[in-house]
Design a protein around this ligand. Sequence first.
Ligand code: NAP
Length: 485
Amino acid sequence: MQTIDDTMQRSLRAFDDYRITTPQARAVFLETIAANIEALGDALIEQASKETNLPAARLTGERGRTTMQLRMFAEMLREGSWVEASVDTAIPDKNPAKPDLRKMLVPLGPVVVFGASNFPFAYSTAGGDTASALAAGCPVVVKAHPAHLQTSVMVAGAIARAIETCGMPKDVFGHVTDGSFESGKYLVEHAATAAVGFTGSFKGGKALYDYAAARKNPIPVFSEMGSTNPVLFLPDTIRQNGQALARQYAASITLGMGQFCTNPGLLIAMQGEGLSVFLQSLETEIAAVVPAKMLHEGIHKAYYEKMEAALKEKGVSLVSRSSRQPETMEALPAVATVAAKTFLNDPLLHEEVFGPYSLLVQCAGIEEMKAVWKSLAGQLTTTLMGTDTDFSEHRSLLDLAPSIAGRIVFNGVPTGVEVCPSMVHGGPFPACTDSRFTAVGNGAVKRWVRPVCYQNCPDSMLPDALKDANPLGIWRLFNNTVGKR
Ligand code: NAP
């Protein structure tokens, strides 16, 4: 652990210099990382494909998303209002006198990021957690995911070159390649660590959260731990569009062999003629899906264990499976079904099966659909499929939805997470350990900062964001009025 200790100590020292870099300097740094990742060219894609079994086209898209994220945070830094600067000038003749008060967000300190196995670029070494923490002014130490270690080493090299070119503190980025739970625990418990970002299993994310909570000085852990992403098929749409819905959902369930935290793992619908058409079409669609290799052996093994355990539960029956026999490391796409009454009394069926599997819960009526929906633990997404008639007849569902998930999708699929200011990729526990934040989009930066108030601070001593003249030209709340004052 000597090397990790050294990495964390150096990260903490780098914080002093990095926290006072200008937003413009950090923006150029993030853009340089993006350019350096692009400069790695096909060699990076080939390495990632070799390690993860993901096809080159998917990885090329993911690399584009990763460099776009870095540039998005650079843009956010230049625009500047993300620091939420607020100024309340003094009122000396008030009784008692009101002091001059100014508030803004400041970086927390070194952030430890656990690379995610299912996004070797976008949620790993230079992914969303790293980009947002570096934007906030926090040094980052990444624990590389062992399933794509060499890919991580290549991206870490791109970051190291950007540090040099941009004259950033040498240790603003650290890379831990020792793949063991002990090193992960040590990183979370290290006194220099100020916050943690994680995407992965519930077991892993909750363990890191518990280590952090047990520290002498607890720190925030933002674990994104997945979800079953329940989809409600309302009666009118199922009656009218059964076949089209089955095609759309078979594609979403099996996209990337189901290895997305937004995979629709739970379908909820009402019994009836429409549902029979939907089921028949789903059977055909799933049977036609060709199995493909999963990310790593652990995920492959966990998929079969969890799917087989779910299929063995009383009352669960298989609707369809791929007609092609899977080969080594390949996943078997499958859909099963169960009656709502059985589902409500069987906690095992509520658990995520990470892979191309989904469970259709059949309900007797809309009230039972609601009961199933309400029985679920916190989710990243929930989806409502319905016609205008459905939505006007079941308006109360819309009021309920925000208590279930962080993102509510209408007439679409939950897979595919846009990166933009309005995105929420988070949700009530156990989808996330802190439902107040998002792991995707500009808002992700808010996980790594805290507010500080300056009282009666001389103008010359204030950070630029709070100075009288507003030299950064950012939007501020000035004496309760929003503007560029
Ligand atoms: P994982 O097991 O949660 O591991 C992710 C990272 O956390 C790894 O670096 C791992 O360390 C570390 N870790 C896990 N448990 C730990 C503990 N108790 N103490 C310290 N460190 C710990 O995720 P995975 O390897 O990617 O896949 C396993 C399962 O996670 C999948 O089958 C799936 O169910 C789930 N998963 C979910 C998502 C999602 O988006 N929600 C994404 C990927 C995977 P090591 O480096 O030592 O292994």
